[in-house]
Design a protein around this ligand. Structure first.
Ligand SMILES: *[C@@H]1O[C@H](CO)[C@@H](O)[C@H](O)[C@H]1NC(C)=O
Length: 285
């Protein structure tokens, strides 16, 4: 029994350590300036799961250290829900981010994003007027578009330099007009239509050179936010899947040890009985 308690102790210590990256993932999601910073509400499930795993694995660790059946029982009971929640969250994260990606544009190094490529719950959420108002003003306040400016000797970079840059989805979708509008580059966030034909893309008329408006109302900006969310959620999901596997392993081991622990507690005093009776040792790890 002592051996399996050590094992549970170690496993719980590991899951405790693992809860740190989950928490970190949640905080990282919120700390990513200019994108998910603006979608704070989405990081809460991760932080809640991270804190719960932390507390529950501490209980498991203490239960293993003090051979406390109560703590181990509590641990197993709570961990069941934690694992269920984690599975739910992973499925959710994949389901809401299953579609959509950037499209290459001729002669441009950056990708462009359009809202038609996205669908489902997250898209409806992001694109809804009430949320979009909050998200877009948050993007504006994050100064994401000011940060794309590059100057050479005090002059804005040339169009050729700009075209050969990689932009993140927010910058591409929100800070410049879509390429098919055919606007003329002045600087990264200032484009003139030159009185020419405006593309059929609705975003073309939504573009505004006012540095506080830019393309924040464009659907390309909404698509950029979705692309950026998708990217970060996929990364976080990879961490979550690894953690899930480790949790399930330690759960199974802890379950077996718990049953064994209870059997010994109920039937025989620890130690001497094991010498005379060989039965319980079958369940030992
Ligand atoms: C681009 O030009 C406009 C108009 O001259 C100016 O207001 C804006 O600050 C410039 N933006 C950048 C990023 O240099």
């Amino acid at each position: 029994m002592r051996g399996s308690n050590h094992l549970i102790g170690i496993l719980n210590f590991l899951t405790f350590l693992l809860s740190i990256p989950i928490l970190g993932g949640g905080i990282w999601l919120s700390g990513r300036a200019n994108s998910t910073d603006c979608m704070r509400f989405l990081q809460w499930p991760l932080i809640v799961i991270g804190v719960t795993i932390m507390v529950v694995s501490l209980a498991g660790f203490a239960g293993a250290c003090y051979r406390s059946t109560f703590l181990m029982g509590l641990y197993l009971f709570c961990m069941f829900f934690v694992i269920a929640a984690l599975i739910g969250f992973i499925i959710f994260a994949y389901a809401v981010t299953d579609k959509g990606s950037g499209k290459p544009v001729t002669n441009r190094a950056y990708l462009e994003y359009s809202l038609q490529d996205y669908s489902g719950w997250l898209k409806d959420r992001v694109a809804s007027d009430s949320y979009w108002g909050k998200i877009s003003s948050c993007i504006r306040d994050s100064k994401a578009c000011k940060k794309i400016a590059v100057t050479v000797n005090g002059v804005p970079e040339t169009e050729i330099m700009f075209d050969s840059r990689k932009l993140n989805p927010i910058q591409s979708g929100c800070c410049k007009p879509p390429t098919d509008c055919g606007y003329t580059y002045v600087n990264e966030t200032y484009w003139t239509s030159g009185g020419g034909v405006v593309g059929i893309n609705q975003d073309c008329s939504l573009w505004n050179n006012d540095q506080d408006q830019l393309c924040y109302l464009c659907s390309s900006c909404k698509a950029g936010v979705l692309a950026s969310l998708r990217h970060s959620w996929r990364k976080v999901s990879v961490i979550n899947i690894i953690i899930l596997i480790l949790l399930v392993i330690s759960y199974v081991i802890a379950c077996a040890a718990f049953r064994n622990n209870k059997r010994i507690d109920n039937n025989e005093p620890y130690g001497e009985a094991q010498m005379t009776k060989s039965q319980p040792s079958r369940f030992q790890l």
